[in-house]
Design a protein around this ligand. Sequence first.
Ligand SMILES: [Zn+2]
Length: 400
Amino acid sequence: MVTEVFEKVKMPRVHYTVPKAEMHVHISLALSDEGFKRRVKKRRTPLELDFMVNREKRYYQNLTEFHGTYENCRDMTKTPQELADTVQQYLQRIAREGAVYAEISNSFREGALFESQMEAVSAGIEAARHNMGIESRIVVTSLRNSGAEKAEEAVKSLAKIKEKYPLITGFGLVGDEGVNRFSDFKKSLHMAWDAGFGLTPHVAEQQLHNAVDFLDSIPEEAWNINPSDQRRLRVGHGVLIHMSSDLMREFAERQICMELCISANKRIGLPQETKILKSGNIIKATTSDRFITIDRDLRPYYEQAEEHPIKTLIDAGIPVCLGSDNPLLMNTNIGKEYSMSHKAGVTETSDHLQITRNAIMNANVDAVTRGRLLSHIDNYTIDPRPTATALGHKRVELAL
Ligand SMILES: [Zn+2]
């Protein structure tokens, strides 16, 4: 029979024409499967090809195991050309899935190496924009494990090169949430804000107490941003706040945008100290008398994507957006993350459009760009559904 010859194409749960935004991706390892295969053949990584086909390889017991795999991949985008290619290819790939905007993260490095990386990332962004119309900005991140002083030095260096690399519009914190206090980074966050950067630190991906300190570490001005200001405030992940009505209420009241990464949450195990948190536990801030009470069970989203609390967070009135975090290591991309949200109970197209609207409203872009990006969402019609993405990409879809 003819039908046996063809492999059935799996249709995405969220239609490819729905405008999407990628708000959390560590870009240097966002390699395509083809790019990864070439590196394996050239022995650029100790990982083997079975990394792509053996399901268990892209699941991680804990953050330490994940970081080990990350390190094994680090050399795969070594030269500026490789980094530029990786950026361009990932952005073009997600543009075909409906993405109109991406905010991509790159780690801070010292000196000339960093500037050559920023040139490469900027060139990748510009090439993808030229070819596909997708808009992007850069978030530079500092590793928490390296300490608060390093973060402050990173901000100082960024402030000096800001004019030269206008696509750098955000500053973030990454790394182990358990090694030092979030509040230690208050100064660096204030410095970054004052230097003109939006803020998007990783918060409460693995440790809930970070979300409590986060609330005390943000500049006052960031709670009440002038709409014409380019800077925005978001949290990377934040998923653990679903354990506390206090935190959800505060995030909703302050309209703190959360970058949820459903695949990443499902694929990296949580530390024991988080798993043992129980209703009635109180978490105190380290620098104020603020405290929150835990009153909800930890949802087992690390076992089942259907359990992800995205719907609960949306229903609580918190503006959420989506991110793929590490596409290669999590076997995902932003199109798939929208489908994952569908799996986790966000099934209406209007909700997916709202997720993209939240992303654009909280993107670190100038007012003109924000208006242009919002028009893609405003112009989208569910009935009749368009036959191409907002940026003009068409896919064959046969009504068989
Ligand atoms: Zn991340």
